[in-house]
Design a protein around this ligand. Structure first.
Ligand code: IDP
Ligand code: MG
Length: 142
């Protein structure tokens, strides 16, 4: 039996960009064996972020999250490979960088900075449905 290849949407968030960690994150993705399919660097506007984070609207961290994500450049990346959605989530580690295990991106490179939103370096799609939706938001031409 073979497993179909899939794609995931990865974002290096503004904290990762500002700290010069974009190459480190992309290196971990490539070292794992996933392929970079598309990449763009820009500061996202609030409309795009509202669409991307629609599931979190109304939560206490929603406004700080949109403020944070629109505060500077992000690197948006589409990656590809069998089970890369699950695989990148494993590389990224837990949402809370303090609790994220060493060996993961968030566990190795992130920490709590005392803000209302967790600055945790990366985003990764959490399901095939989310990946398709998010790739459409960030790379409408793909
Ligand atoms: P994920 O990025 O691990 O999928 P989500 O629950 O989808 O986590 O949350 C989106 C983003 O919102 C997180 O990556 C983090 O930046 C922020 N966030 C999530 N939960 C909290 C929280 O409880 N406090 C502060 N920020 C949070
Ligand atoms: Mg999420």
């Amino acid at each position: 039996m073979t497993t179909q290849t899939e794609r995931s949407l990865v974002l290096v968030k503004p904290d990762g960009f500002e700290r010069g960690l974009t190459g480190e994150v992309l290196g971990r993705i490539e070292t794992k064996g996933y392929v970079l399919v598309a990449l763009d660097i820009f500061t996202p506007d609030r409309d795009r972020l509202a669409e991307h984070y629609a599931e979190h609207e109304g939560k206490p961290f929603y406004a700080p999250l949109v403020d944070f994500m629109s505060s500077g450049p992000v690197t948006a990346v589409v990656i590809e490979g069998q089970r890369c959605i699950e695989g990148f989530r494993a590389l990224a580690g837990a949402t809370d960088p303090t609790a994220a295990l060493p060996g993961t991106i968030r566990g190795d490179l992130g920490r709590d900075w005392g803000q209302q939103v967790q600055a945790n370096i990366v985003h990764g799609s959490d399901s095939p449905e989310s990946a398709a939706r998010e790739i459409g938001i960030w790379f409408p031409d793909l």
